[in-house]
Design a protein around this ligand. Structure first.
Ligand SMILES: Cc1cc2nc3c(=O)[nH]c(=O)nc-3n(C[C@H](O)[C@H](O)[C@H](O)COP(=O)(O)OP(=O)(O)OC[C@H]3O[C@@H](n4cnc5c(N)ncnc54)[C@H](O)[C@@H]3O)c2cc1C
Length: 411
């Protein structure tokens, strides 16, 4: 039986382990953390076929420049004299055009819809992670954003998604959990959501059942080569012989790729979330508060708010109070009856979204190292795209035709 070593035990690594083990591979996952609080745990839990437009899009550079001078803005690039940042910025600029977006949209849609089907299968087995299909409401308070949302909705409809355009009254009729102060909303019926921590618990239990070895607190340090193949993974707890390797180390993938002599451009997009427990009055439909780019997700009895995207480095673990305040202000503007307080630092979670400059995930076999598959760079959609990524990784390693076309996911 072929042995696969997976570097990184976030949602991408664990979903890859699941489908590989089901295909009959012997799988070991290595993660340097305790695997209980990283980017795959505190995120907003949205499964978003609606998100077909990548971050690299026309207009994003101009918008980003404006936001850079606003301390509470939802998007920010931390200025640094650093070659990785300069290369990333240049690549982002190259991709922020219409033709890239046109090619990206169907690829993201297909990957997302496949993922949603796979989540439905998981939920049928045991919905311990509160998977629900209520769609996603894009709420707005200004005419400018209404126009943008209308345009995005039409693009999504063109690609076959079901979209409803709602007046202020229609939003109020749909969102009965709390009062909304908006001028309207766009409802994507395609979207779903779940409780990320509970899904991670579920998938880990599945991996135990499938006899996958999960090595926590085990840092991957280097790789031993035999010709153009990785023969062993060197870790803080010894070396492990492998037949195949999957690199799924999220925002840390570039430094590991360097050890493999591969250049991958990924920078961490730091974001925050906080979760209010057992609130009786709360929004009932997952929503994005568009002007502030705040994600709002009901998760069983709890409600989670998430937002901000600071392109930074993995050493930047400070919580920026101004940006957190930006999230809180948006919530109180959109939901006037909620009136929530600034969360304390210890109640605030942060995570690093692994952001590629093209806004596309990387899911591909490496061109030079014959037994290496890359599965990383899922940015703000890693939870959404994880089951489909795991399935495709398995198909790539098994030499099968992939379930969706992967040419947009190559480097
Ligand atoms: C505020 C916020 C909200 C979000 N909301 C959503 C959402 O609603 N929907 C959605 O789809 N996505 C969302 N995301 C994005 C999503 O969380 C990420 O895309 C996803 O978690 C990335 O998963 P990953 O497995 O690639 O990386 P990670 O979860 O970061 O996992 C990588 C793992 O690699 C390990 N590692 C690193 N270096 C080493 C090493 N040398 N040796 C061993 N292990 C190593 C790390 O410890 C880590 O556990 C959100 C993110 C944020 C921050």
């Amino acid at each position: 039986m072929k042995k696969v070593g997976i570097v990184g035990g976030g949602i991408i690594g664990l979903c890859s382990a699941y489908y590989l083990a089901k295909e009959g591979y012997e799988v070991a996952v290595f993660d340097e953390s305790a695997m209980e609080d990283g980017c795959s745990y505190g995120n907003a839990g949205m499964i978003v076929p609606s998100h077909i437009i990548p971050l690299a899009q026309p207009g994003m550079i101009a918008q980003g420049m404006k936001w850079m001078f606003d301390s509470q803005s939802p998007f920010y690039v931390k200025p640094r004299l650093n070659t990785d940042l300069l290369k990333w910025g240049l690549q982002f600029y190259k991709h922020a055009n219409k033709s890239h977006v046109e090619r990206a949209m169907p690829a993201l849609r297909d990957l997302s819809l496949l993922s949603k089907e796979l989540y439905q299968d998981f939920a049928k087995e045991n919905n311990s992670f509160f998977y629900e299909e209520k769609g996603l409401l894009m709420l707005y308070r200004t005419d400018k954003v209404e126009e943008e949302m209308y345009h995005e909705g039409k693009e999504a409809e063109r690609l076959g998604l079901e979209v409803n355009y709602l007046s202020r009254r229609e939003v109020e009729a749909l969102e009965t959990g709390t009062k909304t102060d908006v001028i309207g909303g766009v409802h994507y019926k395609s979207d779903a959501h779940l409780y990320p921590q509970k899904f991670m618990k579920f998938i880990k239990e599945e991996l135990v059942r499938l006899k996958v070895e999960v090595h926590q607190h085990t840092t991957v340090k280097d790789f031993v080569f035999e010709g153009n193949k990785i023969a062993k993974i060197g870790t803080s707890k010894g070396t492990f012989a492998v037949d195949e390797v999957v690199l799924a180390a999220g925002s840390w993938s570039p430094s590991l790729a360097k050890k493999l002599n591969i250049g991958i451009s990924i920078l961490p997009g730091k974001g925050y979330s906080f979760t209010l427990k057992d609130r009786s009055q709360k929004p009932s439909i997952p929503s994005i508060l568009c002007e502030g780019k705040v994600a709002v997700t009901p998760m069983n009895n709890d409600i989670r708010f998430g937002g901000t995207m600071e392109i930074t480095h993995t050493g930047d673990t400070k919580i920026n109070e101004n940006r957190l305040r930006g999230i809180v202000t948006s919530i109180n503007d959109f939901y006037p009856d909620m009136q929530i307080e600034m969360p304390k630092a210890e109640e605030t979670w942060f995570g690093f979204r692994p952001c590629t400059p093209s806004g596309m995930p990387i899911i591909t076999k490496d061109k030079k190292i014959v037994n290496l598959t890359l599965a990383t760079g899922h940015a703000m959609m890693g939870l959404s795209l994880a089951p489909a990524t795991g399935k495709i990784v398995t198909e790539i390693i098994a030499g099968k035709t992939t379930s969706v076309d992967t040419k947009m996911f190559q480097i």
